[in-house]
Design a binder for this molecule. Structure first.
Ligand SMILES: [Zn+2]
Length: 178
């Protein structure tokens, strides 16, 4: 029994909560049964094989974890969808300068990003130890508890690794389109 970082109730049974949703982990491991976790240190690189991604058993109770589900589902769907020429955003000169994520709901997607960021910040896993939000941790917790809206204080930029054909427009600035 421990204290849930979301509802702050003591004596809660905490569950294995993913920081980054499983759907995105699947994207990383592709058709393999595992992904490889690398930890680089001065004395060398340690490798660990992960079948279920990274989860933390010290942050969330089951009720609170369930509150993240619609943001995680939407975020996973948008991030995992392959993008191609049909999704390109062209400027008035016809130059491709990003992707237009027509299937993305700005508010839901931003809530997803804040949810991942907040979970990483409260995580006890070594992998996320550099993610510390300071005063923003409580502010973002409140936005998550309220279910939004996301204030314009928080913005997002999506970057994907380049491929040969799309190397010219591999950065997407996330902005409301309606
Ligand atoms: Zn809780």
């Amino acid at each position: 029994m421990a204290t849930c970082r979301f509802c702050k109730s003591p004596d809660k049974k905490l569950i294995k909560a993913h920081i980054i949703p499983r759907s995105i982990f699947k994207l990383v491991k592709k058709d393999k049964n595992y992904s490889v976790y690398f930890e680089a240190k001065k004395k060398g690189v340690r490798r660990e094989f992960k079948q279920a991604g990274l989860y933390d058993e010290n942050t969330l109770c089951a009720e609170c974890e369930a509150r993240f589900s619609k943001w995680d589902t939407h975020g996973g769907a948008v991030i995992c969808k392959p993008r191609g020429e049909a999704d390109l955003y062209l400027d008035p000169h016809g130059i491709a300068c990003g992707y237009h994520l027509k299937d993305a709901d700005y508010e839901l997607l931003m809530m997803f990003f804040l949810a991942v960021l907040w979970r990483a910040s409260v995580s006890t896993l070594k992998f996320f130890r550099q993610v510390r939000l300071g005063a923003h941790e409580e502010r973002i917790l409140q936005i998550l508890k309220d279910g939004g809206p996301v204030p314009d204080t928080y913005a997002a930029i999506l970057i994907q690794s380049s491929t040969a054909t799309l190397s010219r427009h591999d950065t997407t600035v996330l902005a409301r389109s309606n």
